[in-house]
Ligand binder design. Structure first.
Ligand SMILES: [Zn+2]
Ligand SMILES: [Zn+2]
Length: 337
């Protein structure tokens, strides 16, 4: 996979935004953004720290000097903002900031992922195991999925955080907008007429959703609310996400994503009509065939987020209440009505 070259964008307020791309994981390119002209030189996100990710970021800085004549390097970065506590956005933090003394900021709801990483991985893995059991995944498969879930998380250690971000905060012409859903502490950053939309809004992919039963402040309800909220922010000419290409028709894209979720909700409700109900695993088998590896986990959590959304709003019921009464964590069977 070839990396997109470093690109420069200029906001209506004269801030220069350099996009630096890195190979975060095999098959996944992530973008970091360097902001010049919005107070102290600021780096937004730091890649995964996995494989060649950090080297790609260092090379990006060289390209900014060489191709754009910017006389600055990594040592000039005084502030690092992490858009959300997912590995492909913060995993490289220690490697990138190791040689420098930049202040690091993240939303308070994702702070614990950074400062207490090892504990967070344990808590999240335990919650995922509980969820998969409730989703009706058989023990052997569950163990394999949990092993996969832990992979790619081992190279990271806890790091310090110097300041926390909050909704409405203004940082030298950077406005922080809290958009929970894809991640609890997900933020978008508005700089003039350009929005750094992180993983809240992507141009091609509908951002992945987790059930809130695994992590509070995720879930489709929070996400759709945050999607509507960002749509009420006027004057966004261009959005730059954490992955994929720039988004020029930002408001149309919001509508596409919303429609995509509505279609998925309708489809799920259309399948869950059998009197005996279906587990999330069974639902996943009906909706997606031949999934392997990480995609199995993505499908089970994405479907779970939609089932949870419908259940919370009274559109679904749990059929096997007797098992629920008698057992600690039975597989839940859902049906409409
Ligand atoms: Zn993410
Ligand atoms: Zn991402």
């Amino acid at each position: 996979m070839s990396l997109p070259p470093v690109a420069r964008f200029t906001t209506s307020t004269g801030v220069k935004i350099y996009r630096i791309s890195c190979q975060a994981f095999p098959g996944l390119v992530a973008h970091c953004y360097l902001l010049v002209g919005a107070g102290p030189v600021t780096l937004v996100d730091t890649g995964s720290g996995y494989g060649d990710s950090t080297r790609h970021i260092f090379e990006g800085f060289e390209a900014i000097r060489r191709e754009f004549g910017e006389s600055l390097g990594l040592r000039d970065v005084e502030r690092v903002i992490i858009t959300h506590g997912h590995m492909d956005h913060f995993g490289g933090l220690a490697q990138v900031t190791g040689p420098i003394t930049a202040e690091v900021g993240i939303h308070e709801l994702d702070k614990w992922v950074l400062v207490s990483y090892e504990e967070r991985v344990l808590v999240a893995t335990k919650a995922m195991g509980f969820y998969l059991e409730q989703a009706g995944v058989v023990p052997e498969r569950r163990a394999r999925l949990l092993e996969l879930y832990g992979e790619g998380k081992q190279h990271v250690r806890s790091v310090r955080v110097d300041f926390t971000l909050f909704d409405g905060q203004e940082l030298d012409g950077i406005r922080v907008i809290h958009t929970p859903g894809h991640c609890p502490g997900q933020v978008c950053l508005l700089i003039g007429d350009v929005l750094l939309s992180a993983d809240h809004v992507l141009p091609r992919t509908t951002p992945h959703q987790n059930p809130e039963s695994i992590t509070a402040w995720t879930g489709l309800g929070h996400y759709l609310e945050a999607l509507a909220r960002i749509g009420r922010v006027d004057g966004i000419r261009l959005a730059l996400g954490g992955h994929e290409q720039p988004i020029e028709r930002f408001y149309d894209r919001l509508e596409e994503i919303r429609t995509d979720h509505e279609r998925k909700l309708d489809r799920i409700a259309g399948i869950l009509t059998e009197p005996g109900g279906l587990t999330i695993q069974e639902l996943s088998d009906r909706m997606y065939r031949g999934l392997t590896g990480w995609n199995v986990l993505l499908a089970l959590t994405e479907i779970g987020a939609h089932v949870e959304y419908l259940y919370e709003r009274g559109a679904l019921r749990v059929v096997n209440v007797d098992e629920l009464r008698d057992q600690l964590n039975p597989a839940l069977r859902y049906r409409v009505g």
